[in-house]
Write a new protein. Structure first.
Length: 501
């Protein structure tokens, strides 16, 4: 009897089909299940649905005759149809729902997780060494680099510092529409993509499955070959310019020097070790500066690993954290990615980027989309779901800590030391998005009052009692006392309600 191994749709790289010794059993049947229920439960971005299905079907094509590709309503139905009563193995899934499913099935053996640098055991040992102290990302990152000899010179960090973030916060070059980086790698669609698009059209037409956003042409890798090409292109042509302007935004250059590798990592097409090794090798060979290599490596083996392990460590209860008691629903215009309804240029531009591609880099996510949701008091669970559905790299484990903790401060400071929100001045300094806008970033009142500036001060006023004791927020909160128009701007913010700015 040939063994059956189940590959989830985010376990698509060769590291999920290799045995511990590095080979693959010749007679293994690799099971991939395409579940329509996944798309009925959530209204995904159409480009995300396309990418997920294209990646699964490309993997099945690569596996050839050893692949068992099943289309079913649910995973249970697909598993029963493909494997019957045969025993099945699977690597630890990436969500609690999927883990609960596979552990509830008596004939399924669950192997340790793959696709991450740090194992669950290593993380548990690190947590134990913290002895009840806060689980700080910087401490975790340092431990990971020491334990796995990443960007190290002996027992010291390369360059003498663990974090070069202060070198990576440059605003965009003034007077330029683009950063001038080489164009990113973009894949070419094939007959599998044509088939996926026809199926999605039919689902919408005949089965009542609906999506948001626009689909096509596909912008992100859907195969191992494409993912490796994207990694090589980034390291060779774009990594050198990544660091300094990592936190900047340009309306006409949404990609700048970012890697666009997050979806490939989260689909399992790339292993994080490949990305880390390539970046470090490029630095040691003198082809990229240290701040660019370290900034990228910190995203991969610092933040990504940290978020993955917090997802499991913090438990299901974390999903419902709402320390600020924000309960407003995410409004329809935001849900529908209706950028044309928005007058604020920064938010309209970023929302259009999400609508058209299912992607923006981390600063528009945090300081434009997330900050606006935080200021308006939207329910963090709804905001989390929106990010999960709307981004091509969005998965439950990715978005839950990133949105509830980092973006919406729903855990009250467990994950971050301060809420990440700002007035229009920050957006003006770090982007060209305020140019040509109907609002002025410095105006708090009047017809041209910036929604972010009004929202920022209203947020501080609303949560003053909680935030004035926070050392990182005390100075900002005390600034309320120097304003003579707090009541006016708070009223204007309240009157705005759920309307687009």
């Amino acid at each position: 009897m040939s063994p059956v191994h189940w590959l989830f749709g985010d376990q698509l790289g060769p590291h999920f089909t290799a045995t511990a010794a590095g080979g693959t059993p010749r007679n293994t049947r690799w099971l991939l299940i395409e579940s329509k229920a996944v798309f009925r439960r959530r209204r995904f971005h159409r480009a995300k649905a396309h990418l997920m299905l294209s990646a699964m079907r490309h993997r099945a094509a690569d596996l050839g005759g050893s692949a068992l590709y099943v289309t079913a309503e649910t995973y249970r139905e697909g598993l029963a149809r493909a494997a019957g009563t045969d025993p099945v193995s699977v690597h630890h899934p990436t969500t609690r729902a999927a883990l609960a499913l596979v552990t509830s099935l008596p004939r399924v053996t669950v192997h340790p997780a793959r696709g991450y640098v740090v194992s669950h055991r290593e993380f548990a040992e690190w947590v134990a060494r913290q002895k009840g102290r806060r689980l700080l990302q910087e401490s975790f990152y340092e431990n990971t680099r020491r334990a796995h000899d990443i960007l190290m010179d002996g027992d010291r960090p390369a360059g003498g510092r663990w974090n070069l973030d202060h070198e990576n916060r440059e605003p965009p070059p003034r007077g330029l529409d683009t950063l001038g980086a080489p164009a990113p790698y973009r894949p070419r669609e094939d007959e599998i993509d044509e088939e996926v698009r026809r199926d999605l059209d039919r689902w919408e037409r005949e089965e009542g499955i609906t999506f948001v956003g626009r689909d096509g042409p596909r912008l992100f890798p859907a195969s191992r070959r494409e993912a490796l090409a994207a990694l090589d292109h980034f390291v060779t042509h774009r990594l050198a310019g990544f660091g300094a302007h990592e936190d900047a935004m340009l309306a006409g250059d949404p990609v700048m020097s970012h890697s666009l590798l997050s979806s490939s990592l989260n689909l399992g097409l790339l292993d994080p070790w490949e990305c880390v090794t390539r970046a470090e090798d490029a630095w040691r060979a003198g082809r990229v500066p240290l701040n660019s290599a370290e900034g990228f490596i910190r995203q991969v083996c610092g933040w990504r690993e940290y978020v993955w392990h917090l997802y499991w460590h913090l438990g299901e209860e974390y999903r419902h954290r709402n320390a600020l008691r924000h309960t407003a629903p995410v409004p329809p215009w935001f849900q529908e990615l209706d950028a044309d309804a928005v007058g604020a240029r920064c938010l309209s531009t970023v929302l259009a980027q999400v609508r058209d591609s299912g992607w923006t880099h981390h600063i528009p996510r945090l300081m434009v989309l997330g900050s606006f949701a935080l200021q308006r008091g939207w329910n963090p669970a709804e905001v989390t779901d929106w990010f999960h559905r709307s981004f091509v790299d969005g998965y439950d484990w990715v978005m839950l800590p990133n949105v509830v903790g980092m973006s919406q401060y729903g855990d009250g400071g467990l994950m971050t030391t301060k809420p990440y929100t700002s007035g229009g001045a920050y957006i003006h300094r770090m982007s060209d998005l305020c140019g040509g806008c109907r609002y002025r970033p410095t105006d708090r009142t009047g017809e041209r009052a910036c929604p972010y500036t009004v929202g920022y001060w209203s947020f501080l006023d609303r949560h003053r009692a909680r935030l004035e004791g926070n050392p990182r927020m005390a100075r900002a909160v005390s600034g309320l006392d120097r304003l003579g128009d707090v009541e006016q701007l708070v009223r204007a913010h309240r009157d705005a309600g759920a309307a687009p700015p």
